[in-house]
Design a protein around this ligand. Structure first.
Ligand code: SAM
Length: 438
Protein backbone atom coordinates (compact mmCIF):
# COMPACT_ATOMS: atom_id res chain seq x y z
CA UNK A 1 0.00 0.00 0.00
CA UNK A 2 1.34 3.47 -0.84
CA UNK A 3 0.95 5.65 2.23
CA UNK A 4 1.00 9.48 2.03
CA UNK A 5 4.53 10.83 2.67
CA UNK A 6 3.23 13.22 5.36
CA UNK A 7 1.55 10.29 7.12
CA UNK A 8 4.77 8.27 7.19
CA UNK A 9 6.76 11.22 8.52
CA UNK A 10 4.14 12.03 11.15
CA UNK A 11 4.21 8.53 12.61
CA UNK A 12 7.98 8.25 12.40
CA UNK A 13 8.04 11.35 14.60
CA UNK A 14 5.34 10.13 16.98
CA UNK A 15 6.35 6.49 17.31
CA UNK A 16 10.13 6.79 17.17
CA UNK A 17 11.77 3.35 17.27
CA UNK A 18 8.38 1.61 16.91
CA UNK A 19 7.56 3.36 13.63
CA UNK A 20 9.16 0.71 11.39
CA UNK A 21 7.09 -2.11 12.96
CA UNK A 22 3.95 0.04 12.76
CA UNK A 23 4.51 0.98 9.09
CA UNK A 24 5.32 -2.63 8.16
CA UNK A 25 1.77 -3.68 9.17
CA UNK A 26 0.41 -1.82 6.14
CA UNK A 27 1.90 -4.57 3.99
CA UNK A 28 -0.22 -7.15 5.85
CA UNK A 29 -3.89 -7.94 5.45
CA UNK A 30 -6.52 -6.43 7.73
CA UNK A 31 -7.64 -8.69 10.59
CA UNK A 32 -11.09 -10.22 10.10
CA UNK A 33 -13.29 -11.00 13.09
CA UNK A 34 -16.90 -11.18 14.19
CA UNK A 35 -19.08 -11.22 17.29
CA UNK A 36 -21.77 -13.74 18.11
CA UNK A 37 -25.17 -12.42 19.12
CA UNK A 38 -26.33 -13.39 22.63
CA UNK A 39 -29.92 -12.34 21.78
CA UNK A 40 -30.18 -15.34 19.46
CA UNK A 41 -31.04 -18.28 21.65
CA UNK A 42 -29.56 -20.95 19.42
CA UNK A 43 -25.79 -20.65 19.45
CA UNK A 44 -23.06 -22.48 17.55
CA UNK A 45 -19.54 -23.38 18.61
CA UNK A 46 -17.26 -20.99 16.78
CA UNK A 47 -13.52 -21.49 17.02
CA UNK A 48 -10.71 -18.98 17.62
CA UNK A 49 -12.20 -16.75 20.31
CA UNK A 50 -10.69 -13.30 20.91
CA UNK A 51 -9.19 -13.33 24.41
CA UNK A 52 -10.88 -11.18 27.07
CA UNK A 53 -14.08 -10.66 25.08
CA UNK A 54 -17.53 -12.10 25.68
CA UNK A 55 -18.54 -12.65 22.06
CA UNK A 56 -15.51 -11.99 19.79
CA UNK A 57 -13.95 -14.50 17.38
CA UNK A 58 -11.26 -14.19 14.73
CA UNK A 59 -12.32 -15.18 11.23
CA UNK A 60 -14.50 -14.18 8.32
CA UNK A 61 -18.23 -14.90 7.99
CA UNK A 62 -19.93 -14.89 4.62
CA UNK A 63 -22.77 -12.40 4.18
CA UNK A 64 -24.69 -15.24 2.54
CA UNK A 65 -24.32 -17.71 5.43
CA UNK A 66 -27.21 -18.78 7.63
CA UNK A 67 -25.38 -17.35 10.66
CA UNK A 68 -25.18 -13.91 9.07
CA UNK A 69 -28.66 -13.82 7.52
CA UNK A 70 -30.34 -14.86 10.79
CA UNK A 71 -28.26 -12.32 12.76
CA UNK A 72 -26.32 -14.84 14.82
CA UNK A 73 -23.06 -13.08 13.93
CA UNK A 74 -21.93 -9.54 13.17
CA UNK A 75 -18.62 -8.93 11.36
CA UNK A 76 -16.42 -6.50 13.26
CA UNK A 77 -12.64 -6.33 13.50
CA UNK A 78 -11.16 -6.82 17.00
CA UNK A 79 -10.07 -3.24 17.80
CA UNK A 80 -13.54 -1.89 17.00
CA UNK A 81 -14.90 -4.47 19.47
CA UNK A 82 -13.11 -2.69 22.30
CA UNK A 83 -15.36 0.40 22.12
CA UNK A 84 -18.65 -1.09 23.30
CA UNK A 85 -16.65 -3.40 25.57
CA UNK A 86 -15.34 -0.31 27.39
CA UNK A 87 -18.85 1.20 27.43
CA UNK A 88 -20.39 -2.10 28.69
CA UNK A 89 -23.85 -0.71 29.52
CA UNK A 90 -25.64 -2.24 32.47
CA UNK A 91 -29.08 -3.73 31.88
CA UNK A 92 -31.90 -1.20 31.94
CA UNK A 93 -29.76 1.79 30.95
CA UNK A 94 -30.78 4.49 28.52
CA UNK A 95 -28.02 4.57 25.92
CA UNK A 96 -27.26 6.76 22.91
CA UNK A 97 -25.04 5.74 20.01
CA UNK A 98 -24.63 9.14 18.41
CA UNK A 99 -22.88 8.17 15.15
CA UNK A 100 -24.03 4.64 14.64
CA UNK A 101 -24.05 3.38 11.02
CA UNK A 102 -23.45 0.71 9.90
CA UNK A 103 -24.12 -0.59 13.41
CA UNK A 104 -21.03 -2.32 14.84
CA UNK A 105 -21.07 -0.51 18.17
CA UNK A 106 -24.88 -0.41 18.27
CA UNK A 107 -25.30 -4.17 17.93
CA UNK A 108 -22.55 -4.72 20.50
CA UNK A 109 -24.26 -2.34 22.96
CA UNK A 110 -27.51 -4.23 22.36
CA UNK A 111 -25.73 -7.46 23.33
CA UNK A 112 -25.01 -5.98 26.77
CA UNK A 113 -28.51 -4.52 27.21
CA UNK A 114 -30.12 -7.89 26.45
CA UNK A 115 -33.47 -6.36 25.42
CA UNK A 116 -33.67 -4.19 28.55
CA UNK A 117 -33.49 -0.40 28.76
CA UNK A 118 -33.38 1.72 25.62
CA UNK A 119 -30.88 2.29 22.85
CA UNK A 120 -31.28 5.32 20.61
CA UNK A 121 -29.09 4.62 17.61
CA UNK A 122 -28.54 7.71 15.49
CA UNK A 123 -27.07 8.20 12.04
CA UNK A 124 -26.93 11.56 10.28
CA UNK A 125 -26.78 10.16 6.73
CA UNK A 126 -30.11 8.94 5.42
CA UNK A 127 -28.53 6.34 3.17
CA UNK A 128 -26.38 4.96 5.97
CA UNK A 129 -29.32 5.01 8.41
CA UNK A 130 -31.08 2.49 6.14
CA UNK A 131 -28.12 0.11 6.39
CA UNK A 132 -28.14 0.65 10.15
CA UNK A 133 -31.83 -0.32 10.32
CA UNK A 134 -31.16 -3.46 8.31
CA UNK A 135 -28.34 -4.48 10.66
CA UNK A 136 -30.35 -3.64 13.79
CA UNK A 137 -33.33 -5.65 12.53
CA UNK A 138 -31.17 -8.65 11.71
CA UNK A 139 -29.66 -8.49 15.20
CA UNK A 140 -33.20 -8.85 16.55
CA UNK A 141 -33.29 -6.42 19.48
CA UNK A 142 -36.66 -5.12 20.65
CA UNK A 143 -35.46 -2.05 22.61
CA UNK A 144 -33.97 0.18 19.93
CA UNK A 145 -35.09 3.26 18.05
CA UNK A 146 -33.08 4.40 15.02
CA UNK A 147 -33.04 8.13 14.34
CA UNK A 148 -31.67 9.91 11.27
CA UNK A 149 -30.82 13.25 12.79
CA UNK A 150 -28.29 15.98 13.25
CA UNK A 151 -26.96 15.87 16.82
CA UNK A 152 -28.28 19.37 17.63
CA UNK A 153 -31.82 18.32 16.78
CA UNK A 154 -31.57 15.20 18.92
CA UNK A 155 -30.30 17.30 21.83
CA UNK A 156 -33.58 19.27 21.91
CA UNK A 157 -35.59 16.10 22.59
CA UNK A 158 -33.16 14.25 24.84
CA UNK A 159 -31.81 16.93 27.21
CA UNK A 160 -30.00 15.31 30.22
CA UNK A 161 -31.57 11.99 29.27
CA UNK A 162 -28.94 9.29 28.65
CA UNK A 163 -27.06 7.24 31.26
CA UNK A 164 -24.43 6.40 28.65
CA UNK A 165 -23.44 8.04 25.39
CA UNK A 166 -21.11 6.50 22.84
CA UNK A 167 -19.63 8.74 20.16
CA UNK A 168 -17.69 6.69 17.66
CA UNK A 169 -16.83 9.83 15.79
CA UNK A 170 -16.41 10.54 12.09
CA UNK A 171 -12.63 10.84 11.79
CA UNK A 172 -9.68 10.83 9.42
CA UNK A 173 -9.90 7.02 9.40
CA UNK A 174 -6.17 6.24 9.49
CA UNK A 175 -6.92 3.02 11.31
CA UNK A 176 -9.03 1.84 8.37
CA UNK A 177 -6.33 2.25 5.69
CA UNK A 178 -5.67 -1.49 5.58
CA UNK A 179 -9.35 -2.40 5.37
CA UNK A 180 -10.20 0.33 2.91
CA UNK A 181 -7.11 1.57 1.02
CA UNK A 182 -9.28 4.27 -0.66
CA UNK A 183 -9.53 6.00 2.75
CA UNK A 184 -5.86 6.93 2.19
CA UNK A 185 -6.81 9.20 -0.69
CA UNK A 186 -8.85 11.57 1.50
CA UNK A 187 -6.00 11.97 3.93
CA UNK A 188 -3.76 15.02 3.99
CA UNK A 189 -1.86 16.52 6.89
CA UNK A 190 -4.62 19.06 7.64
CA UNK A 191 -7.44 16.53 7.59
CA UNK A 192 -7.12 15.42 11.27
CA UNK A 193 -7.46 19.03 12.49
CA UNK A 194 -10.59 19.52 10.35
CA UNK A 195 -12.07 16.31 11.74
CA UNK A 196 -11.27 17.44 15.29
CA UNK A 197 -13.45 20.55 14.81
CA UNK A 198 -16.37 18.39 13.73
CA UNK A 199 -15.79 15.99 16.62
CA UNK A 200 -15.94 18.87 19.13
CA UNK A 201 -19.15 20.18 17.56
CA UNK A 202 -20.77 16.74 17.88
CA UNK A 203 -19.50 16.31 21.46
CA UNK A 204 -20.97 19.67 22.48
CA UNK A 205 -24.39 18.39 21.42
CA UNK A 206 -23.77 14.98 22.99
CA UNK A 207 -22.94 16.59 26.33
CA UNK A 208 -26.37 18.28 26.42
CA UNK A 209 -27.93 14.81 26.40
CA UNK A 210 -25.80 13.22 29.13
CA UNK A 211 -27.68 12.74 32.40
CA UNK A 212 -25.94 13.82 35.62
CA UNK A 213 -23.59 11.00 36.72
CA UNK A 214 -23.76 9.47 33.23
CA UNK A 215 -20.83 8.05 31.28
CA UNK A 216 -19.44 9.05 27.88
CA UNK A 217 -17.30 6.88 25.62
CA UNK A 218 -15.46 8.71 22.85
CA UNK A 219 -13.72 6.71 20.14
CA UNK A 220 -12.13 7.14 16.73
CA UNK A 221 -10.55 4.76 14.26
CA UNK A 222 -7.52 6.98 13.79
CA UNK A 223 -4.19 7.50 15.55
CA UNK A 224 -3.90 11.25 15.08
CA UNK A 225 -3.40 12.99 18.46
CA UNK A 226 -5.39 16.00 17.18
CA UNK A 227 -8.56 13.86 17.07
CA UNK A 228 -7.76 11.83 20.17
CA UNK A 229 -5.85 13.14 23.19
CA UNK A 230 -6.34 16.77 22.10
CA UNK A 231 -10.11 16.27 21.95
CA UNK A 232 -10.01 14.62 25.38
CA UNK A 233 -8.10 17.59 26.81
CA UNK A 234 -10.61 19.97 25.23
CA UNK A 235 -13.52 17.99 26.74
CA UNK A 236 -12.02 17.98 30.23
CA UNK A 237 -11.37 21.73 30.05
CA UNK A 238 -14.79 22.54 28.64
CA UNK A 239 -16.73 20.27 31.02
CA UNK A 240 -15.16 20.38 34.49
CA UNK A 241 -17.71 17.82 35.76
CA UNK A 242 -16.19 15.15 33.51
CA UNK A 243 -13.39 12.93 34.70
CA UNK A 244 -11.46 10.29 32.81
CA UNK A 245 -11.94 6.69 33.87
CA UNK A 246 -8.97 4.37 33.39
CA UNK A 247 -9.36 1.73 30.67
CA UNK A 248 -7.84 -1.65 31.44
CA UNK A 249 -5.21 -2.35 28.76
CA UNK A 250 -5.95 -5.80 27.35
CA UNK A 251 -4.77 -7.74 24.30
CA UNK A 252 -1.97 -5.28 23.47
CA UNK A 253 -3.77 -1.97 23.99
CA UNK A 254 -1.42 0.82 25.06
CA UNK A 255 -1.78 4.08 26.97
CA UNK A 256 -2.47 7.34 25.20
CA UNK A 257 0.19 9.93 24.49
CA UNK A 258 0.90 11.45 27.93
CA UNK A 259 -2.51 10.15 28.96
CA UNK A 260 -2.45 6.79 30.77
CA UNK A 261 -6.24 6.43 31.23
CA UNK A 262 -7.18 6.22 27.53
CA UNK A 263 -6.43 3.32 25.16
CA UNK A 264 -4.73 3.21 21.79
CA UNK A 265 -4.65 0.21 19.50
CA UNK A 266 -1.84 -0.12 16.98
CA UNK A 267 -1.75 -3.10 14.58
CA UNK A 268 1.86 -4.01 15.45
CA UNK A 269 0.84 -4.45 19.11
CA UNK A 270 -2.87 -5.31 19.05
CA UNK A 271 -4.19 -7.91 16.59
CA UNK A 272 -6.66 -5.65 14.80
CA UNK A 273 -6.98 -2.30 13.05
CA UNK A 274 -6.55 1.21 14.50
CA UNK A 275 -8.66 2.54 17.34
CA UNK A 276 -8.63 5.07 20.15
CA UNK A 277 -11.01 4.95 23.14
CA UNK A 278 -11.58 7.34 26.05
CA UNK A 279 -14.04 6.75 28.90
CA UNK A 280 -15.51 9.61 30.94
CA UNK A 281 -17.68 9.82 34.03
CA UNK A 282 -19.84 12.83 34.86
CA UNK A 283 -19.26 13.68 38.52
CA UNK A 284 -22.57 15.47 39.16
CA UNK A 285 -24.76 13.38 41.43
CA UNK A 286 -27.74 11.63 39.88
CA UNK A 287 -31.12 13.26 40.57
CA UNK A 288 -33.05 11.55 43.38
CA UNK A 289 -36.15 11.34 41.17
CA UNK A 290 -35.94 9.99 37.61
CA UNK A 291 -36.38 12.72 35.07
CA UNK A 292 -40.02 13.18 33.96
CA UNK A 293 -40.48 12.96 30.20
CA UNK A 294 -43.55 13.78 28.17
CA UNK A 295 -44.53 10.28 27.11
CA UNK A 296 -45.82 9.51 23.67
CA UNK A 297 -49.32 8.10 23.29
CA UNK A 298 -50.63 5.04 21.56
CA UNK A 299 -52.65 6.00 18.50
CA UNK A 300 -54.20 2.66 17.53
CA UNK A 301 -57.86 2.44 16.61
CA UNK A 302 -59.96 -0.11 18.51
CA UNK A 303 -60.08 -2.26 15.37
CA UNK A 304 -56.30 -2.19 14.91
CA UNK A 305 -55.77 -3.09 18.57
CA UNK A 306 -58.15 -6.03 18.16
CA UNK A 307 -56.43 -7.27 14.99
CA UNK A 308 -53.02 -7.15 16.69
CA UNK A 309 -54.35 -8.89 19.81
CA UNK A 310 -55.93 -11.63 17.69
CA UNK A 311 -52.65 -12.23 15.90
CA UNK A 312 -50.64 -12.11 19.09
CA UNK A 313 -52.96 -14.53 20.91
CA UNK A 314 -53.06 -16.99 18.06
CA UNK A 315 -49.36 -17.05 17.16
CA UNK A 316 -47.20 -15.68 19.98
CA UNK A 317 -46.31 -16.99 23.43
CA UNK A 318 -45.24 -13.60 24.79
CA UNK A 319 -46.83 -10.25 25.45
CA UNK A 320 -44.56 -7.65 23.91
CA UNK A 321 -44.27 -4.85 26.43
CA UNK A 322 -43.93 -1.34 25.07
CA UNK A 323 -46.04 1.31 23.48
CA UNK A 324 -47.92 0.41 20.31
CA UNK A 325 -47.95 3.10 17.64
CA UNK A 326 -48.96 3.19 14.00
CA UNK A 327 -47.32 5.15 11.22
CA UNK A 328 -49.73 4.92 8.31
CA UNK A 329 -50.72 1.26 8.27
CA UNK A 330 -47.46 0.08 9.90
CA UNK A 331 -47.50 -1.07 13.52
CA UNK A 332 -44.50 -0.50 15.80
CA UNK A 333 -43.67 -1.27 19.42
CA UNK A 334 -41.68 1.49 21.11
CA UNK A 335 -39.54 0.82 24.18
CA UNK A 336 -41.12 2.23 27.34
CA UNK A 337 -39.73 5.40 28.89
CA UNK A 338 -38.93 7.31 25.71
CA UNK A 339 -39.91 10.95 25.39
CA UNK A 340 -42.27 12.03 22.62
CA UNK A 341 -40.24 11.77 19.42
CA UNK A 342 -42.58 13.92 17.31
CA UNK A 343 -40.56 16.10 14.95
CA UNK A 344 -37.51 13.82 14.81
CA UNK A 345 -36.65 11.90 11.66
CA UNK A 346 -37.07 8.26 12.57
CA UNK A 347 -35.60 5.45 10.53
CA UNK A 348 -37.04 2.78 12.82
CA UNK A 349 -39.66 3.67 15.37
CA UNK A 350 -38.97 0.73 17.67
CA UNK A 351 -39.71 -2.85 16.70
CA UNK A 352 -41.72 -3.13 13.49
CA UNK A 353 -44.51 -5.58 14.29
CA UNK A 354 -46.34 -5.65 11.00
CA UNK A 355 -48.84 -4.09 8.61
CA UNK A 356 -52.60 -3.63 8.78
CA UNK A 357 -54.15 -4.70 5.49
CA UNK A 358 -57.90 -4.15 5.20
CA UNK A 359 -59.33 -6.41 7.93
CA UNK A 360 -56.20 -8.37 8.71
CA UNK A 361 -52.75 -8.06 10.23
CA UNK A 362 -49.58 -9.26 8.53
CA UNK A 363 -46.50 -9.82 10.76
CA UNK A 364 -43.23 -8.19 9.74
CA UNK A 365 -39.92 -9.69 8.77
CA UNK A 366 -38.34 -7.79 11.70
CA UNK A 367 -40.70 -9.44 14.21
CA UNK A 368 -39.81 -12.90 12.92
CA UNK A 369 -36.11 -12.05 13.30
CA UNK A 370 -36.50 -10.64 16.81
CA UNK A 371 -38.50 -13.44 18.41
CA UNK A 372 -36.90 -16.68 19.53
CA UNK A 373 -38.55 -19.91 18.43
CA UNK A 374 -39.91 -20.52 21.95
CA UNK A 375 -41.71 -17.14 21.81
CA UNK A 376 -43.71 -18.19 18.74
CA UNK A 377 -46.29 -20.98 18.73
CA UNK A 378 -45.46 -22.40 15.31
CA UNK A 379 -42.41 -22.45 13.11
CA UNK A 380 -41.10 -24.31 10.07
CA UNK A 381 -37.45 -25.19 9.75
CA UNK A 382 -35.66 -24.73 6.45
CA UNK A 383 -33.00 -27.23 5.40
CA UNK A 384 -29.80 -25.66 4.02
CA UNK A 385 -31.20 -26.26 0.50
CA UNK A 386 -34.58 -24.70 1.42
CA UNK A 387 -32.71 -21.74 2.93
CA UNK A 388 -31.00 -21.09 -0.42
CA UNK A 389 -34.32 -21.29 -2.25
CA UNK A 390 -36.08 -19.05 0.28
CA UNK A 391 -33.47 -16.24 0.38
CA UNK A 392 -33.47 -16.14 -3.42
CA UNK A 393 -37.23 -15.44 -3.40
CA UNK A 394 -38.72 -18.88 -4.07
CA UNK A 395 -41.54 -20.69 -2.33
CA UNK A 396 -40.68 -23.86 -0.40
CA UNK A 397 -42.66 -27.11 -0.17
CA UNK A 398 -43.21 -28.23 3.40
CA UNK A 399 -44.11 -31.86 4.01
CA UNK A 400 -45.84 -32.99 7.18
CA UNK A 401 -49.01 -32.24 9.03
CA UNK A 402 -49.07 -28.44 9.00
CA UNK A 403 -52.23 -26.32 9.08
CA UNK A 404 -52.49 -23.22 6.92
CA UNK A 405 -51.45 -19.99 8.68
CA UNK A 406 -48.45 -17.89 9.71
CA UNK A 407 -45.23 -19.62 10.69
CA UNK A 408 -41.93 -18.29 11.93
CA UNK A 409 -39.36 -19.31 9.33
CA UNK A 410 -36.38 -20.91 11.06
CA UNK A 411 -32.88 -21.71 9.83
CA UNK A 412 -30.53 -23.48 12.23
CA UNK A 413 -32.97 -22.59 14.99
CA UNK A 414 -33.03 -18.80 14.54
CA UNK A 415 -35.84 -16.76 12.99
CA UNK A 416 -35.87 -15.49 9.44
CA UNK A 417 -39.17 -13.63 9.45
CA UNK A 418 -42.69 -14.96 9.17
CA UNK A 419 -44.30 -16.62 6.15
CA UNK A 420 -47.71 -17.93 5.28
CA UNK A 421 -48.12 -21.64 4.69
CA UNK A 422 -50.89 -22.49 2.23
CA UNK A 423 -51.62 -26.16 1.49
CA UNK A 424 -48.04 -27.28 2.09
CA UNK A 425 -46.39 -24.37 0.25
CA UNK A 426 -44.48 -21.75 2.23
CA UNK A 427 -45.02 -18.45 0.43
CA UNK A 428 -42.02 -16.20 0.12
CA UNK A 429 -41.93 -13.23 2.52
CA UNK A 430 -38.17 -12.65 2.42
CA UNK A 431 -37.86 -8.90 1.64
CA UNK A 432 -37.22 -8.27 -2.05
CA UNK A 433 -34.35 -5.87 -1.33
CA UNK A 434 -32.47 -8.52 0.66
CA UNK A 435 -32.81 -11.46 -1.73
CA UNK A 436 -29.69 -13.11 -3.10
CA UNK A 437 -28.55 -16.24 -4.92
CA UNK A 438 -25.89 -18.37 -3.35
N1 SAM B 1 -20.23 3.46 15.03
C1 SAM B 1 -20.29 2.93 13.68
C2 SAM B 1 -20.08 1.43 13.71
O1 SAM B 1 -19.45 0.94 14.66
O2 SAM B 1 -20.59 0.72 12.83
C3 SAM B 1 -19.30 3.64 12.79
C4 SAM B 1 -19.48 5.13 12.79
S1 SAM B 1 -18.47 6.02 11.67
C5 SAM B 1 -16.91 5.90 12.42
C6 SAM B 1 -18.95 7.66 11.95
C7 SAM B 1 -20.34 8.02 11.50
O3 SAM B 1 -20.53 9.41 11.80
C8 SAM B 1 -20.64 7.86 10.02
O4 SAM B 1 -21.69 6.95 9.84
C9 SAM B 1 -21.03 9.27 9.56
O5 SAM B 1 -22.10 9.28 8.63
C10 SAM B 1 -21.43 9.95 10.86
N2 SAM B 1 -21.31 11.43 10.83
C11 SAM B 1 -20.70 12.21 9.92
N3 SAM B 1 -20.87 13.52 10.22
C12 SAM B 1 -21.60 13.56 11.35
C13 SAM B 1 -22.12 14.62 12.15
N4 SAM B 1 -21.90 15.89 11.85
N5 SAM B 1 -22.85 14.29 13.23
C14 SAM B 1 -23.08 13.00 13.55
N6 SAM B 1 -22.60 11.96 12.83
C15 SAM B 1 -21.87 12.24 11.75
Amino acid sequence: MTLPKDFIEKYQRLLGNQAADFLATFEQEAVAAFRTNPLKKVQKDFSDPIANTLWGHFGRVSGKSIEHVTGLVYSQEPAAQMVAQVAAPQKGMKVLDLAAAPGGKTTHLLSYLDNTGILVSNEISKKRSKILVENVERFGATNVVVTNERPERLAKTFKDYFDLIVLDAPCSGEGMFRKDPDACQYWDKDYPAQCANLQKEILQEGMKMLAPSGRLVYSTCTWSPEENEAVVVWLLESYPDLELLPIEKINGMVEGLDMPQVARMYPHLFEGEGQFVAHFQDKRSAPSQPQKVKSPRSNLTAEQRQLWQNFSKKYLRIDLSGLLQTFGNQLYCLPEGLPDLTGLKLARNGLHLGTFKKKRFEPSFALGLALTSDQVKQGVTLSPEDFKAYVSGNTVSISGDYQNGWYQVLAEGNGLGFAKLVNGTLKNYFPKGLRFNS
